[in-house]
Design a protein. Structure first.
Length: 256
């Protein structure tokens, strides 16, 4: 599997062949667009099989994964947009999700398709952010949204916020249960039922997301990146990173 990665202020683009990528979760908006062939993406337990010219929009904190079906060949791009910046333009992303994440090819305008193609190789920050807005504007108008069952002050939302704010500390389900005054069993249930991911996997996803950002933007040693991302041993860092990104941190760094 080969990734082409372009890190910008609020916009990242991964261009790759059809592939599998294990279930993960993050605080950004992610858009999958199929240039050719097919790519399956599972969002919140719903399976979408993207064909050429189709897109799927993943809202913040929606658990999702990519699946490469047998005999499936093609190429797609995964665009990741900083929800903090994007919410200033689309404030409804904070408490809504799409009823269906799929945007059919015949609903995607030519200028939106062109923006997908241009975003891959663009190095100009202002232009890339402009493409992001063109893409999101074109797709959002075709999405029917519903309010999320978990409101901003719910336990699930509080858990997500807590982990993102404390990922670099030595947090465990036990320490969080003391902080929240709730049982470990109940919190584990919230993760598995509301977020469709277990606590350890979610924590690793957040920490490796932060590590990837540091690899892209900072000239630090692997030990420093591991420590700043919340990993207390290089071995644990390497294992978690490879589990999420299907490559070691050093391999990821070399591919930038």
């Amino acid at each position: 599997m080969k990734y082409e990665f372009h890190r910008q202020t609020a916009f990242s683009a991964y261009y790759t062949a059809s592939h599998s990528f294990e279930r993960h979760i993050h605080s950004d908006i992610e858009i999958a667009y199929c240039f050719s062939g097919q790519q399956t993406v599972i969002i919140g337990g719903t399976r979408y099989s993207l064909s050429e010219g189709e897109a799927a929009v993943i809202f913040p904190h929606q658990a999702h994964e990519y699946v490469c079906e047998k005999n499936s060949r093609g190429n797609h791009i995964a665009l990741i947009c900083d929800s903090g910046v994007i919410s200033s333009v689309f404030p409804f992303i904070k408490n809504h999700i799409p009823k269906s994440a799929l945007v059919p090819a015949d609903k995607i305008h030519a200028e939106t398709r062109d923006a997908f193609s241009r975003a891959i190789d663009c190095q100009n920050r202002a232009a890339v952010f402009g493409y992001a807005l063109v893409i999101l504007s074109g797709l959002m108008e075709n999405l029917e949204l519903r309010k999320t069952e978990t409101l901003p002050d719910s336990t699930a939302a509080r858990l997500v916020s807590y982990v993102y704010e404390n990922y670099n500390r030595n947090i465990t389900l036990k320490s969080i249960s003391r902080e929240f005054g709730m049982s470990e069993y109940y919190l584990s249930h919230v993760f598995s039922k509301c977020l469709n991911i277990n606590f350890r996997r979610f924590l690793d996803s957040v920490r490796t997301e932060k590590a990837a950002a540091l690899l892209n933007t900072q000239d630090l040693s692997m030990t420093q990146i591991a420590e700043q991302s919340g990993f207390y041993s290089q071995r644990t860092f390497n294992r978690a990173f490879k589990s999420i990104y299907e490559m070691t941190p050093r391999e990821y760094k070399k591919g930038l």
